[in-house]
Design a protein around this ligand. Sequence first.
Ligand SMILES: Nc1ncnc2c1ncn2[C@@H]1O[C@H](COP(=O)(O)OP(=O)(O)O)[C@@H](O)[C@H]1O
Ligand SMILES: [Mg+2]
Length: 277
Amino acid sequence: MKALEFRNVSFSYGKDAFAIRNLNFSVEEGEFVAVLGHNGSGKSTLARLSDGLLEADGGEIFALGMPVEQKNLYEVRKNVGIVFQNPDNQAVASIVEDDVAFGAENVGLPREEIGKRIDFALKAVGMETHRHATISRLSGGQKQRVAIAGVLALKPKVMILDESTAMLDPRGRREITDVVLRLNKEEHITVVLITHFLEEALLADRAVVMNKGEIVMEGTPADIFSRHEELLTYNLALPRIGQICKGLREGGIPVGDTLDVEKLAEEIAQCVSSRSI
Ligand SMILES: Nc1ncnc2c1ncn2[C@@H]1O[C@H](COP(=O)(O)OP(=O)(O)O)[C@@H](O)[C@H]1O
Ligand SMILES: [Mg+2]
């Protein structure tokens, strides 16, 4: 079954241009898809349409086969969880376990079940030792992991992370991407990772690039990465190491595209040694 499906979806916030234009997009259950795109390309709108926070002007949206419309919103939101960008305004309680429990309490789960869900969710994000901690004292990465745990406590089948690493330092970003990868591989949660960090997209099974409300590129992350010029036209800069690979090739050292520093060093070493013989 498809976890998410957009059929010819359009949306505009008012009289302005379309934020999403005739979009066709789908995600299979269990898949990990990265959504890339410059600011204003429509990524957050896509996320908000997916769980009915916004209603499409045209086209159809399905979440796990259910039409995303008023009468299904409760079911849809139980199954599709969104983690947003800012770690500082997602918490609703001051203590970690209360915050994680909030969503599960709202859907009326029995107390004992909520306890189990908190255990599961905190363990899944590696925050079980911070159960009684005060959220305001945590690092950005820890706060985002608590936000993820709050969504996980609802046992969603699909998680959408809308630039959830954007405000974090590299270490915090790594904490989140590690958790997300584990949730996808071990808990089989379908993941849509919205990001403007191209290197994060490499973790995904598939990547799409959005521009002006449309999907303009689609493929494996490696494929997307190799299309430098095209990425630039959509205002997406290659990560530094990608630029270095490109520079080396232009300078006559035929290395491939990689984000793995050791692999790149190995390739350079091979090129250089084969020349000196
Ligand atoms: N609340 C809003 N009101 C009016 N226009 C909006 C609103 N949110 C986003 N937009 C516009 O919709 C387009 C897509 O925005 P968004 O989905 O937030 O893009 P992204 O998440 O890729 O940065 C942009 O042109 C943006 O200015
Ligand atoms: Mg956004």
